[in-house]
Design a protein around this ligand. Sequence first.
Ligand code: ANZ
Length: 836
Amino acid sequence: AEGYDFQAIQDRWLPVWDELKPFEVDTAGAAAQSGERPKKYVLDMFPYPSGDLHMGHAEAFCFGDVLARYWRGQGYDVLHPIGWDSFGLPAENAAIKRGVDPREWTYANIAQQKASFRIYAPSFDWSRVLHTSDPEYYRWNQWLFLKMYEKGLAYRKASWVNWDPVDQTVLANEQVLADGTSERSGAVVVKKKLTQWYFRITDYADRLLDDLDALEGQWPAKVLNMQRNWIGRSRGAEVEFEIEGREQKVPVFTTRPDTLHGATFMVVAPDSDLAAELAEGASEEARAAFRDYLAATQKQTEIERQSADREKTGVFLDHFAVNPVNGERIPVWASDYVLADYGHGAIMAVPAHDQRDLDFALKFELPVRVVVDVRDADGAPLPDPAESGVATAGEGVLVNSGELDGLPKTEAIARAVEVLEERGTGRAATTYRLRDWLISRQRYWGTPIPILHHENGEMRPVDADALPVELPASEGLDLKPKGASPLGAATEWATVVDPETGDTWTRDPDTMDTFVDSSWYYLRFLSSNDATQAFDPAAVNAWGPIDQYAGGVEHAILHLLYSRFITKVLHDLGYLEFDEPFTALLNQGMVLQDGAKMSKSKGNLVEFASELKAHGADALRVTLAFAGPPEDDIDWADVSVQGSAKFLARAWRIADDVQGAGAPRGASFAEGDAGLRRATHRLLADAPGLVEAYKFNVVVARLMEQVNVTRKAIDSGAGVADAAVRESAEAIAVILSLFAPYAAEDMWAKLGYEPSVALVEWPKADESLLVEDEVTMVVQVDGKVRDRLTLPASVSEADAEAAARASAAVQRAIGDRQIVNVIVRVPKIVSIATKP
Ligand code: ANZ
């Protein structure tokens, strides 16, 4: 027989699979919706068409595919679709740089990725492909927007936004990195006031937070924490302060209402409306100082403003507030450490117990009053914050606080809230870090917002039957970013005359954040080709939610949060029975090279296309799966694709040998070699648990072992004609098909079966073959046999030693002598040497 030749094998099976379409599922059919067969919806985060596929894609789609193929093998109907997240800036930037149409660029890249995927062969259902930049898709983004608008969940407001001066576009908070730069362009992000569209995700903050608990153990703990921190729920109180000379009271948010008696000044955010109003009524001098200070503040990033070790700055606003618990007059300042869009944009400053307030008080010589007696571990009072410069935030007993005196902190917090509520000057309150989702972008390559504006300021939604609002051709439009959407210049497109009234309306020129596109795409896969609705609720409820989602940790916050939000909205609108989209989540690590992220500029790029060409899909996939736990990063410098190819050749040769001289198809395995059968069935018994625990690397290692013992049985044991060899070869082909679909299919054919091995249900492990053999192990102490223990033949060194040490007879022999050496030879002997 000829040798293992990956190229020949790929060429043999690709056309067969093209013809067979083994992974198409009929999700609309009654059987598929009645739950007759169990279902699994397995989805990989869909790719962005920025060029050809890269190693990161290879990895992510390998792992998702292992799971999709696994569940098929367990007898499930598996939906495993693919689509493209094809709107967004890179297409536009390429268009600007190279003068190509964003559409052409996008669809050419998609075509290239499709061709590469075909060879890489993830088990996709190709009949339901979608691209978010198709009008047939984004029409339903517009439908979703209108639903949100109807429900009051989409609204417009003027506010300070993060502005990327290079890409000339608004960024969501999430797109601003910790150092204050744009995640896309790397530019330092500045603030700009604009009227923008928002989705009211803050209405869902509690549910988005509380429902994370049910995902515990199903999602990586790290992702759950990132989501929790992002939502950032903080419980405390809202306290109302009167400000002299101003009618409305000013609310502040505090987590420490117990410290109200220690509030010696108030601070408002310089960029808040309140600060502007107060400055308006201030002296000429204070007004000028405020103006300068505001200008300086607007150059700061949010991160800089929150940094604890920055020297405090601020200006007095020439106003006094009245502390509601003791009637004290306290000065009102503006300082950039108070953020305009958190809580109420104003705080009561308690310098004795809050470090930022203390730093500020010491800088501007404001009073510091201790109201909680905080002690150290020995019960000694901590030094006075005004002296030490260190605020005391810990547990303690209230002092200088009237009726709260003597109460421990926690009780005082509760009591203070009661007092505020009794007097009508405050109440229990909860604040979130989460902000509403800013969804409008001043860019071309996205979904047009389906709203019409009248000169008189009126707005109205585009009629549902007039959707989609299609993007005009890019030809003739200046796509260069300039702070206003290029669509505004498409006059013909933008002008709409109402046939009834003759009134002229103008289309909203902005496009949607592409995170809108990806927030619900998993629903569209159930009816990608349906021109009448966004998704079929019956099909979606039969197949949703996603049982297994897989993708990069870079989406740990935004994409997952937005999808969860939109799922809850669609649930509340009555479309979905479930209200969480992703039951289980796998985050793969990154593919690195020499410990560094790969990039063209670093010159350490491993090209997916050339690897695929050189080694074939199977060897690449096996290498990725075998490199380590899927959550870990893979360093391409440490892996051996050649090693994987060798393993595949060894596996394949077993089927080849069976085809030549092995037991025939259908032979009874019961007569086969017991040792090899035991190994085969142990593999069959262990593999499901390992796959479900994402231990793909261990499954590959076990396959390698199985190939070795089978080879041994052929060459020096039972011989190739033994039925156990065929049984093993069949099990190897079936399990190997998770990782190496081509080699497995070829093996399956050599074993006499029709394609495809991918649709074969896994053979069940025979329990009777799993009973462990037992052996007798001798334990010696200083050369004398002291005990004989009965242990499983497969006992580990550690377990053997532990059993030896636990033996009463052995312990007696050792007495109070000291153990100096232990030699373990599993499963036969443990030898212990001692000295006095
Ligand atoms: C008085 C006080 C006394 C506070 C004390 C803390 C300690 P988290 O936990 O993050 O929610 N704060 C409120 N609004 C703010 C804003 N817009 N910008 C900056 N700081 C703001 O923090 C809540 C605390 O942060 C609030 O409780 C308030 O300071 C401050 F011993 O009020 B505290």
